[in-house]
Design a binder for this molecule. Structure first.
Ligand SMILES: [Zn+2]
Length: 402
């Protein structure tokens, strides 16, 4: 069953046909108009009210279709989540960094929603998982303590914003019990006077521009300058020196569980998440920053960037599955080499959403091109005839991890 989907045009998206989102939209619907001046940031697949998908043949929303045919979800999904899809599946094309943020766990999401229903609009947690389509840059989790302390020693502008005493206490404590020190540093950083922060950032950016290459490299100058160009004067730029900077290669993933600080910086990715809008922001955004909540809730696991990549499990010759430690979602990446005649999609005990990224496939004598999205009922056996003439066929399927 083919779906029509919603595309979002947020300001941080890539422009025109440089955006994977726009290219996929055009691929699935040659009549679609792509405006080269417009941003195409996200393609949404699912039942979320802010961007629902529709059944192409009937025009009915996917949510309505599921409501009238609940068995398509699969019994384990209905038992765990009720009568709706528990996940939202997306393609993202990021030109300008997204806000520095974390998502609460279930218990905190419930209490935040109760206290501030206007800001935290639902009581659900929001784990998420990006899988890179192109080299994808992100910040994720706290850096190892010696790395952070080394940056603090080399960046007096950052120390001035945090507060000299707080920084000295942290450095002299070495690596013992870093959490209270990091909390104090973040609190100092994120509550500092905005004008003074912007001034110190400007000073630092000017200093970077005059440094020689080894020094610039050590301070991640290229990323710092990009963040500052995206959000001039925003305190979140300094987040680079607390959180791991990671470049995911195509096919590599991150799993962002509850309370894990992160920011997407640039590139294209698949993303899957639980159905929720609960975001606690700290910077790189004009939106509300809830510093106290964020500083209190974060995971302060300081570990190396290499440990952050989330590994898939091989399912068959062509498919590997990313299965996080929650029931809400999993994703399989299916990559068929040139010349593969057909592929039998493994049946799932959950409804699934399949998107074709490269190549074309035929199902029941209907041909689907890149950008086509199919809804797959639980336990459905689907056989795909591969129509790709040359090159690989690349698809991703999102489903519940029940
Ligand atoms: Zn997030």
């Amino acid at each position: 069953m083919e779906l029509k989907y919603t595309v979002q045009n947020y300001d941080w998206g890539m422009k025109g046909t440089t955006s994977s989102v726009a290219r996929l939209l055009k691929g699935s619907d040659p009549a679609a108009h792509v405006d080269e001046e417009k941003t195409y940031s996200e393609l949404w697949m699912g039942t979320h009210p802010n961007g629902p998908s529709f059944v192409k043949a009937t025009g009915e929303s996917l949510g309505e279709f599921i409501g009238a045919n609940k068995e398509v979800l699969g019994d384990p999904v209905r038992e765990s989540f009720g009568d709706d899809l528990p996940f939202l599946f997306k393609v993202l094309s990021v030109r300008k960094a997204l806000s520095l943020q974390a998502h609460p766990d279930k218990a905190r999401a419930e209490s935040l929603h109760k206290l501030h229903p206007d800001i935290y609009k639902d009581p659900n947690h929001k784990p998420e998982m990006p899988i890179a389509l192109t080299p994808f840059e992100a910040l994720c989790g706290f850096r190892p303590v010696p790395e952070i302390q080394n940056f603090l020693k080399k960046i007096p502008e950052l120390c001035a914003v945090i507060g000299q005493g707080t920084v000295e206490d942290f450095i002299s404590s070495g690596e013992t019990d870093p959490k209270p020190h990091l909390q104090k540093c973040l609190q100092g950083l994120l509550t500092h006077n905005a004008d003074s922060t912007a001034h110190e950032l400007k000073k630092f950016i000017d200093r970077l521009s005059e440094m020689s290459e080894p020094g610039r490299e050590e301070l991640n100058a290229r990323i710092m300058e990009k963040l500052h160009a995206d959000y001039p004067g925003d305190v979140g730029c300094f987040g680079l020196y607390f959180f791991n900077f990671i470049t995911l290669q195509p096919g590599e993933a991150l799993y962002l569980g509850a309370n894990e600080p992160h920011a997407y910086i640039s590139g294209d990715c698949m993303e899957i998440m639980s159905c929720s809008d609960n975001v606690v922001r700290a910077g790189l955004t004009p939106k509300l920053k809830d510093v106290d909540t964020l500083v209190e809730m974060l995971t302060y696991n300081c570990e190396a960037a290499e440990l952050k990549r989330f590994k898939p499990v091989k399912e068959d010759d062509y498919s590997e599955v990313f299965r996080p430690p929650i029931k809400d979602f999993a994703v399989s990446k299916i990559e068929l080499p040139p010349g593969t005649p057909s592929y039998a999609l493994p049946p799932r005990n959950s409804a699934g959403i399949l998107i074709i990224i490269e190549g074309s496939v035929e199902v029941n004598s209907q041909v689907y091109c890149p950008g086509s999205v199919l809804f797959i009922k639980a336990n459905e056996q689907l056989s795909l005839n591969i129509r790709t003439k040359d090159g690989r066929t690349l698809m991703f399927e999102g489903f519940a991890n029940v």
